[in-house]
Design a protein around this ligand. Structure first.
Ligand code: CAA
Length: 429
């Protein structure tokens, strides 16, 4: 039975920082960020956004735009490396905010940026067997934050991608070839529980990514019998767009070295057709961690529509630490119909640029919101500012509080409790 993606929807935060402003503040040549790394802008989540609210927004858009009956969702998995609690999964919060049925299995998966792919694989197996026609909702949701002034800072980003997996895969039908994965314990990128920002050994992380790619691509082609020319598009995990060109180049070197008769330069030219066009969104949002590969896929489906139907897409997922996997799928007949439903183009068009100063204020406010009883400390400044999307309100008695638009009345009543605090919304909707 064919299994794959029936729907895909994207949530991108409303605010962004241009990397030219970051470069100026960091005393760096903007061309290093814009050309050397390939990031034009990155999403700067507002303090009322976290992995829960972004996952909720992406899933809500998917349910509404594709007319999905929530009762049909029998599994909800969130892939993330920026969870909000060591025990309670993001999926439990999202299940509650969406009001999904109780006969639904919910959990999070974690292995750095591989998280959502692990979730997708589990969902795929379930939809191909025990689901009895029900669907699995897989959401990748992350906020990538590095130390201010560190080499990783220009690669930051945030956002969520929701994927509906089912046995009616109108958007992408997964190829049923033997799997190809790779694991090696490595300290290339990590974030201890006591830190809000990630640590990284940059060069090692790039080498580990490329080794994983080599190994999984070789295994995938060997196991499936697929050859270089069978892939119409090649998508990668995108920590920053330049990484995808490094990845593509590594594959070209392998292919050219295989004695197939084509030079690296000749193969490299196909990058402009197979990969580059689908890095635009990544270059404007920065790293979505678990969602970055699926953002590229959303970009492809939204950009190409009907032209994508029947094309085989190779997908490489990499999670530091590390685990990676190569897999593929063929774009299905609903690709044209889904174009207006993905929401990527609209989200990018509606954004507001932050100044570097406001970006720093957002970061500071987000740190304060992550402390116990931040709900009370920030109450008065949120008065009259109930957001039009789901919002993290702060922490009360060690519990995270959220509101969603259809609970606005409750939210406003809560916000009228008279307490004072410093304003955190610096750019109002
Ligand atoms: N004009 C144009 N290009 C310039 C330039 C200028 N003025 N100055 C430098 N460059 C180029 C460099 O030549 C280099 O290009 P190449 O890679 O093609 O050689 C590029 O800009 C980057 O320069 P550096 O290597 O000097 O950059 P850096 O060391 O300061 O930072 C980084 C690079 C280590 C990758 C850093 O961005 C980082 O730490 N990122 C986070 C880790 C990461 O994303 N790793 C990727 C693999 S791990 C993974 O995929 C998981 C994940 O999501 C994190």
């Amino acid at each position: 039975m064919p299994v794959g993606l029936e729907a895909i929807s994207v949530y991108i935060p409303r605010y962004y920082l241009d990397t030219e402003d970051l470069a100026r503040a960091n005393g760096t040549d903007p061309l290093k960020y814009k050309v050397g790394i390939g990031v034009q802008q990155f999403s700067a989540p507002a303090p009322h956004e976290d992995s829960v609210t972004m996952a909720h927004e992406a899933a809500l858009a998917l349910i509404r735009n594709y007319g999905v009956d929530p009762d049909d969702i029998g599994m909800l998995i969130v892939g993330s490396e920026t969870g909000v609690d060591a025990a309670k999964p993001i999926a439990a919060y999202v299940h509650g905010l969406l009001g999904l049925p109780s006969n639904c299995r919910t959990f999070d998966t974690k292995h750095a940026c591989y998280s959502a792919t692990a979730a997708l694989k589990f969902a795929r197996a379930w939809c191909g067997g025990a689901s009895r026609g029900r669907k699995a909702l897989v959401i990748a949701s992350d906020i990538a934050r590095y130390e201010i002034g560190s080499p990783g800072e220009p690669t930051q980003g945030a956002g969520a991608v929701a994927l509906l997996v089912s046995d009616q895969p109108g958007l992408l039908i997964f190829d049923e070839f033997p799997e190809a994965f790779y694991t090696k314990e490595v300290m290339d990128f990590w974030r201890p529980h006591y830190r809000a920002t990630a640590l990284v050994q940059g060069e090692l992380s790039i080498e580990s990514y490329l080794t994983t790619l080599e190994s999984t691509f070789l295994a995938y082609c060997g196991n499936s019998g697929l050859k270089w020319d069978d892939f119409d598009c090649m998508l990668f995990h995108v920590p920053f767009p330049k990484m995808a060109s490094k990845a593509y180049k590594r594959l070209c070197e392998m292919e050219a070295g295989d004695g197939a008769g084509r030079s690296v330069d000749e193969l490299l030219r196909q990058f402009d057709v197979r990969t580059r066009p689908y890095l635009t969104a990544n270059s404007r949002t920065g790293n979505l961690y678990s969602g970055s590969l699926y953002l590229s896929l959303a970009d492809l489906l939204e950009t190409e529509g009907v032209r994508a139907i029947g094309r085989r897409v190779g997908l490489f997922s990499y999670g530091s630490g590390c685990c990676g996997e190569y897999f593929s799928g063929v774009v299905g007949p609903e690709a044209e119909a889904c174009r207006g439903k993905i929401g990527l183009e609209r989200a990018l068009a509606d954004r507001v640029a932050l100044s570097h100063h406001d970006y720093l204020r957002f970061r500071k406010a987000a740190e304060e919101m992550a402390c116990n009883d931040s709900f009370y400390q920030n109450l008065s400044c949120r008065k009259g500012h109930c957001p039009s999307c789901s919002a993290f309100l702060g922490i009360e008695d060690n519990r995270r509080l959220y509101c969603v638009p259809n609970q606005t009345e409750t939210c406003l009543r809560l916000l009228q409790t008279p307490r004072t605090g410093r304003p955190y919304i610096v750019a109002a909707r």
